[in-house]
Design a protein around this ligand. Sequence first.
Ligand code: ACO
Length: 458
Amino acid sequence: ANNVGILAMDIYFPPTCVQQEALEVHDGASKGKYTIGLGQDCMGFCTEVEDVISMSNDLQYSGIFSLTAVSSLLEKYNVDPKQIGRLEVGSETVIDKSKSIKTFLMQIFEKCGNTDIEGVDSTNACYGGTAALFNCVNWVESCSWDGRYGLVVCTDSAVYAEGPARPTGGAAAIAMLIGPDAPITFESKFRGSYMSHAYDFYKPNLASEYPVVDGKLSQTCYLMALDSCYKLFCAKYEKSTGKQFSLSDAAYFVFHSPYNKLVQKGFARLVFNDFVRNASSIDEAAKEKLTPFSTLSGDESYQSRDLEKVSQQVAKPLYEAKVQPTTLVPKQVGNMYTASLYAAFVSLLHNKSSELAGKRVILFSYGSGLTATMFSLKLHEGQHPFSLSNIATVMNVSTKLKSRHEFSTVKFVETIQLMEHRYGGKDFVTSKDCSLLAPGTYYLTEVDSMYRRFYAKK
Ligand code: ACO
């Protein structure tokens, strides 16, 4: 198959959210800590009637595979569920230690008589979605491909224990349809990975939904992984094309976005890398400002607050042009773990769909523990229904953001406490209160005495 890549996308995030400004007050944090310090505007979260399965079902049904004639994106994208040959899920939200989320999603395909679908779940913190995506792309490019589409679902609910990490939560599900002749194709030769053993963020306590986090270490791990991936990416580009790579060679840079400040710091790191490599993206003025830091060792450079400040300042105009258009959904919804990188990409399609044809976009995926890859996409307008403009229309990001309901911080904390209590539990029915959900949304009604989960559709 040729030009394999992403044919279509959709995103779902809960209609419930809390303002970061209100959280600052509630938590007794200094004014601006979450909004300016972390760079976040708002945080989405699941109430007791939503979870990673219902969210991805929403994509299956009212998203790419909607069966209802009215809200059918299936019609818009013209895809029959029988045309799916592989379904891969990326998630780090544990509902079951054995039964995959993918198997829950099989319900829709079974109904259509399609049980011949390969793929299961991929898990490693926020990286699982990328692993799932690569698996699907590789399958379509391989000799075991049977001509049908691949489907990738990234779904997570990110919640943290009370404390400084809590404002970096979020929740969403994203679906991507994979096949040949796509408007979003992979430049697979240009790819750099960095994988190593670290205890920066992990979930060893199986009785709790909350991770154990070493926040400072996770920031350094993210930036170190980014540096390594970028160096390797540049080396592979240079080997393949004979030309030096610099930030000028891509129109946009899309980052895994735990919170926006880390994305700002990440991009500044790439600018510093270009300075060290003496790449063409760095002008004389920038060189002058960064020269005092040219002798720092790798370790020193991660610790230097001055370098962090100066490089962010130097990077600002490039950040505004090449990164800012990717930040909308992550700033509004928060960290969506496996969906976070792709929600940043969704933001780019939403903001710039008419200007993206012919452009190169670089993505950086990071999962704690740790696993990271930088890879390159080439965008083409594509043919309806698989066109950039149609994807932006179908995703309808503005309306989804506007129609959310803001919870008070008190109500948010009550919700989190109820979820804490319910986590891993059995034998309960939910409130079945779906008044805030859009018509067609799936919601959890019951977990029975055998831990079996039941959902209904609004
Ligand atoms: N106005 C403006 N800025 C402020 C204010 C204020 N009133 N108060 C603090 N700040 C700034 C700080 O200076 C800091 O910015 P800087 O790093 O540019 O200096 C920022 O706000 C955050 O303040 P910290 O004191 O560093 O925050 P804290 O340590 O309490 O928590 C952290 C931040 C570590 C990110 C925490 O939220 C966390 O652990 N999150 C989860 C881990 C995570 O997301 N890691 C990222 C990679 S791994 C992953 O994706 C899960």
